[in-house]
Design a protein around this ligand. Structure first.
Ligand SMILES: NC(=O)c1ccc[n+]([C@@H]2O[C@H](COP(=O)([O-])OP(=O)(O)OC[C@H]3O[C@@H](n4cnc5c(N)ncnc54)[C@H](OP(=O)(O)O)[C@@H]3O)[C@@H](O)[C@H]2O)c1
Length: 260
């Protein structure tokens, strides 16, 4: 099936690794243009430059927490490609800390990243999104938004706030023709989990360690997901084929969520 993405332009934040990189790769493979950002511009340019279709990608060193940098990223992307059809708000990380361990500063940083890291790119892209005949925003979220974990106190609360904000945006932006959806991840094998494995005091190889993790967390499919398994639903939600889907949150979690 043709997803209808050829010639369209998408912004992807946090595109140098994991889910963001896989989404960039898939969008390029579908014939779209991609404007990608991450804080480390050198790493971003290097990894995106290796993808098939890299001549349709533009890379920008930008921190989603920096309003000016985000505005420059979005304006440069629109100038380069002549418009913007969608935004994938993916940049982020989680804070492994219980409620008692989390400082006020860390609470603020989590909320800043999860809320303003989404608000700013959407706000900056809105003038172009409203001119697209099929505009879409996808917010990369986590099942933590609805199933908080004690060891991820601030991240869980910030994820819940982002899910709530996504529904507000879906309603408010519907009038200007922009759909807003979320993908809620469980445990996906990306840079994040590789870093946690390296920090863990274990004699196991990554595969064995990840299998134990999947069992401990009760993942129904018995394994961590991979980044391509997240990129496909993101790209499907961006596609004009998903024209009647807005305000939805799709769990991509191998069955770890226990809520109904
Ligand atoms: N992997 C999982 O199990 C999982 C689960 C739930 C939710 N998520 C969420 O999914 C998203 C992608 O995660 P991932 O696992 O693919 O992580 P990853 O492999 O660590 O990649 C994170 C990407 O975001 C960029 N980034 C981080 N902070 C940024 C900022 N302030 N401004 C711009 N770019 C920034 C990083 O590049 P720089 O460091 O160069 O900026 C990198 O490109 C994140 O929002 C994460 O919280 C992941």
């Amino acid at each position: 099936m043709d997803l209808g993405l050829r010639g369209r332009t998408y912004l992807v934040t946090g595109a140098s690794s994991g889910v963001g990189l896989a989404t960039t790769e898939l969008l390029l493979a579908e014939g779209a243009n991609v404007a990608a950002c991450a804080r480390d511009g050198r790493r971003l340019t290097e990894v995106v430059g290796r993808l098939a279709g890299a001549d349709r990608a533009a890379t920008f060193a930008a921190d989603v927490l920096d309003t000016t940098a985000v505005q420059d990223f979005v304006t440069s992307a629109a100038d380069r490609f002549g418009g913007i059809d969608g935004v994938v708000n993916n940049a982020g990380r989680s804070l492994l800390a219980s409620w008692t361990e989390t400082t006020d500063e860390q609470w603020r940083a989590e909320l800043e990243l999860k809320l303003f890291g989404v608000l700013r790119p959407v706000r900056a892209a809105l003038p172009w999104l409203s001119k697209s005949d099929s505009a879409a925003v996808v917010n990369v979220n986590a099942v933590l938004a609805r199933q908080p974990e004690p060891r991820l106190a601030a991240t869980s609360a910030a994820r819940a706030a982002l899910l709530n904000l996504s529904n507000t945006l879906a309603v408010e932006l519907a009038g200007s023709g922009t759909r807003v959806n979320s993908v809620c991840l469980g445990l996906v094998d990306t840079g994040q989990w590789r870093r946690r494995y390296e920090a863990a005091d274990t004699d196991h190889g990554f595969t064995e360690w990840a299998a134990e993790l999947a069992s401990d967390r009760g993942i129904a499919l018995g394994r961590l997901g991979n980044q391509d398994e997240v990129a496909y639903p993101i790209v499907c939600l961006l596609s004009p084929r998903a024209s009647y889907i807005t305000g939805a949150a799709i769990d991509v979690d191998g069955g770890v969520a226990r809520y109904v």
